[in-house]
Design a protein around this ligand. Structure first.
Ligand code: 13P
Length: 249
């Protein structure tokens, strides 16, 4: 049985004061959701405030990015150790906005993912096709390349803890959700590709989240699909009311 994950990617929203308010709101609305994992991923500068605010709850903390070295002259970067120390257990790797605007590639995704594991963080590796790729019938080809390059060279113990987020770029922030059938088709393909890389058993344990305009009114149907194990939520995770409805779908 794969335990569902409902994760909020706050992107570049919420200063420390706003973080305290939102996290406190979530804490009161998201009861001890024992049968599902709840993760919030605020910006770096709000991680400490979020960590303090969620203490005593089952909500987990994640970061939105990290670098693959422990320390050094890497101006502007954040190490996995820094994230661990502040209380993170998850880190998002290779979000499409990072690929699109900040030059992330399958190779940097792979380095970060491996470093996250060896540092004791669980990576949420994002993949997904653009609209042009979908319209050009290249969706599966793109997903396969992102997986073969992005998640290669994992040890078995790591592979089964991997979390993948399928986020079709055309559905992010657009209000245009993939239909549950479109999402399921992609998720099933992702699981099959992972089975080819790491074996059927491993692929059966890996959690694959859907991301892209997830809202309280579409979460239930998405979660009803066989290969959808949770959601990575952007806009709707910025209000305690809507995110708690998604968590308690
Ligand atoms: P939206 O939910 O705002 O479409 O964002 C999805 C996303 O990018 C989560 O990482």
């Amino acid at each position: 049985m794969r335990k569902p994950i409902l994760a909020g990617n706050w992107k570049m929203f919420k200063n420390t004061q706003e973080t305290r308010e939102l996290a406190a709101g979530l804490k009161s609305k998201v009861a001890q959701a024992g049968d599902r994992e709840v993760v919030i991923c605020p910006p770096f500068t709000s991680l400490a405030a979020a960590a303090a605010a969620i203490q005593g709850s089952s909500i987990k903390l994640g970061a939105q990015n990290m670098y693959w070295e422990d320390k050094g002259a890497f101006t502007g970067e954040i190490s996995p150790g820094m994230l661990k120390e502040i209380g993170c257990s998850y880190v998002i790797v290779g979000h499409s906005e990072r690929r699109q605007y900040f030059g992330e590639t399958d190779e940097t995704v792979n380095r970060k993912m491996k470093k996250a594991f060896s540092s004791g963080l669980l990576p949420i590796v994002c993949i997904g096709e653009t609209l042009a790729e979908r319209e050009g019938n290249a969706t599966f080809k793109v997903l396969e390349r992102q997986l073969r390059e992005g998640i290669k060279d994992l040890a078995a113990a790591e592979a089964k803890q991997l979390v993948i987020a399928y986020e079709p770029v055309w559905a992010i922030g657009t209000g245009k959700t993939a239909t549950p059938q479109q999402a399921e088709e992609a998720h099933a393909f992702i699981r099959k590709t992972i089975a080819g890389m790491y074996g059927e058993q491993m692929a059966g344990e890996i959690r694959i989240l859907y991301g892209g305009s997830v809202k309280p009114d579409n979460i239930k149907e998405l979660m009803g699909q066989a290969d959808i194990d949770g959601a990575l939520v952007g806009g709707a995770s910025l209000e305690a009311d809507s995110f708690s409805k998604i968590v308690n779908y």
